[in-house]
Write a protein that binds this ligand. Structure first.
Ligand code: C2E
Ligand code: CA
Ligand code: CA
Length: 549
């Protein structure tokens, strides 16, 4: 644009100069000066010669002034052209690593002339494993430094413009295939160089890489689509664990399509009210009373099958549906809990991504106020991963909720990598020992020691301990001996819909499920290892539970 203006200014200068030369030539040809002179002398009374002199001086000065302005303008224009070029560069490059970005990748084209031989290219999609951990635990300065080092390492093996930074911790590489080059070996080489230890600001960090590979034009005759396919392959590699390499196959695309379809179905299910909470009892291991219910999301499809929350919650998170789903589930659960005796609490799971939402607390409190459920009856379960994603916001959100009287439980304790540091960072009301410990602690001495240690940690910190996944009498008995406070698991009851829960509570009005008000047909409890199977909801009437096993 500026260039056009500059050219036009030059063009106009040329026109005016030409005009000047023509007029000047004509004046010479027809002795214009003498004619003027003669005219001035014959009209001396008008002082025309003075006027002419003034005009000539003004003209000469104007010319000098214009030349100076032209020079300034030229300089200004040059500066602006450089700035525009810089803006173009910034728009197509990542300023941190100086690598071309996704936009630049989108402009990639290698369409050959008709009839020409088509070159074969390989497109690699590279996603760093463990980058988030560096960012969260060591800070963004270390994260930035690590990205720069990875960019340098990739640029060193693929010199030229072949390396792109296409996302936060995602890179892409495009190479022209040479003969029968072993592309999987190239991908492995990428993994190898990325996963070498990185020293950033004095700290040594380890990262890995998941690499997906797709071919141009074999998989797609558009680079953009080939990169999408390489992304599909990269997700498949990531699924298989750290530092893996996968080549694109059409089945991977089907997975992607299935995911997109699931998102659409999930949206519809939410609108149709097909996502509802089921409830699983939490039992005081000393008194054997039901002290609460954990709400567990269930999606009932139109065919009557149930989709597990482990399958649809991650999709909801990615599709941005987790907020409306949580709002709906939480409101439903609060209304259901209102009909329970007042000492029975409602436990509700909060997705990790939601703890970086500063408005979460306000929304939850609004729902409780509207429904009329006291915040003291609500416990929110958060996992460790939720706490390390945006530590500051998570702390703010949690302290707001705690101040309002809501209790916070640390879920799946022992499965993350920073369990102990979380305990020192936040004040939790409860710790839930992950079911993987409960499943193995009877036969695995190390696991037993860990369970024992977690329970004494709870005693030391005055935090109640819940054991999840209790399926056997022997597990229950051992956990009680170790002093565990609360139990949850199929042994006590599977997650059940609200009508069954209401029935359970109706039959045990004092919520003393095992010891005080058993019905006549219920077995008597003779000792610790006697749990009342009579209050378990009939499995056949809860279709999902039969599937869950
Ligand atoms: P979680 O919070 O750890 O929930 C406990 C899971 O263990 C539930 O799986 C429950 O059905 C299962 N379980 C309970 N007792 C036993 C047992 O004795 N043995 C075995 N093997 N499993 C048992 P579910 O319902 O499939 O939920 C899976 C996960 O999905 C939950 O794990 C939770 O993290 C998440 N989730 C469930 N509902 C919600 C929700 O409303 N919002 C969010 N954000 N996440 C949810
Ligand atoms: Ca939970
Ligand atoms: Ca759990």
């Amino acid at each position: 644009m500026l260039l056009i203006k500059y050219n036009r200014a030059q063009f106009e200068l040329l026109i005016w100069s030409g005009l000047f030369l023509v007029v000047f030539g004509l004046a010479l040809r027809f002795n214009g000066h003498e004619a003027l002179d003669h005219f001035f002398q014959s009209h001396e009374q008008y002082d025309l010669d003075e006027v002419f002199t003034a005009i000539s001086i003004a003209g000469a000065l104007g010319l000098v002034y214009s030349l100076i302005r032209m020079k300034d303008l030229a300089r200004e224009i040059e500066r602006r052209i450089a700035a525009e070029k810089n803006v173009d560069w910034i728009a197509c490059h990542d300023p941190l690593t100086n690598l071309p970005n996704r936009r630049m990748f989108g402009a990639l084209s290698a369409r050959p002339a008709p009839g020409a031989v088509i070159d074969q290219y390989a497109v690699f999609s590279i996603d760093l494993d463990g980058f988030k951990k560096i960012n969260d635990l060591l800070g963004h300065a270390h994260g930035d430094e690590a990205l720069k080092i990875v960019a340098e390492r990739l640029s060193a093996i693929f010199p030229g413009n072949d390396v792109y930074r296409v996302g936060g911790d995602e890179f892409a590489v495009v190479i022209k295939i040479q003969g029968d080059q072993d592309l999987v070996a190239v991908a492995r080489h990428i993994v190898e160089i990325v996963s070498k230890p990185i020293v950033t600001n004095g700290a040594t960090v380890d990262m890995g890489a998941s690499v997906g590979l797709a071919l141009y034009p074999e998989d797609s005759d558009e680079f953009k689509t080939a990169l999408q396919y390489a992304d599909c392959a990269m997700y498949a590699a990531k699924k298989a664990g750290r530092n893996n390499v996968r080549t694109f196959a059409s089945s991977m695309q089907q997975d992607l399509v299935a995911r997109v379809q699931m998102e659409a179905a999930l949206k519809k299910a939410l609108n149709d009210g097909r996502i509802r909470p089921h409830y699983q009892p939490l039992v005081d291991l000393k008194t054997q009373e039901i002290v609460g219910f954990e709400a567990l999301a269930r999606w009932e499809t139109e065919s009557g099958a149930f989709v597990s929350p482990s399958d649809f919650i991650p999709v909801a998170e990615e599709a941005g549906l987790i907020i409306p789903i949580t709002d709906y589930l939480f409101e439903t659960a609060c209304r259901d809990a209102l009909s329970w005796p007042s000492h029975i609490t409602l436990s509700f799971n909060i997705s990790p991504v939601q703890l970086s939402d500063r408005l979460l607390g306000l929304r939850l409190l609004d729902v409780m106020r509207e429904v009329g459920l006291s915040p003291h009856r609500v416990e929110l379960e958060v996992t460790e991963s939720a706490l390390i994603q945006d530590t500051e916001t998570a702390r703010e959100v949690l302290s707001g909720l705690t101040a309002a009287g809501i209790k916070i439980a640390l879920d799946d304790f022992g499965t993350g990598f920073s369990s102990l540091s979380q305990l020192s960072n936040y004040q939790f009301d409860k710790i839930k020992i992950d079911k993987s410990f409960v499943a193995t602690f009877e036969t695995n001495e190390k696991q037993e020691k860990l369970v024992r240690a977690i329970i004494s940690l709870g005693t030391g910190l005055s935090v109640k301990i819940t054991a999840e996944g209790i399926e056997k009498q022997t597990q229950l008995q051992r956990l009680r001996e170790l002093g565990c406070d609360i139990g949850q698991g199929y042994l006590f009851g599977r997650p059940a819909p609200i009508d069954q829960v209401t029935e359970i509570i109706r039959r045990r009005p004092a919520a003393s499920a095992f010891s005080r008000t058993e019905p006549d047909d219920a077995p008597r409890h003779g000792g610790l290892n006697q749990v009342a199977p009579w209050w378990q909801p009939a499995q056949a009437s809860v279709p999902f539970l039969a599937k869950q096993g």
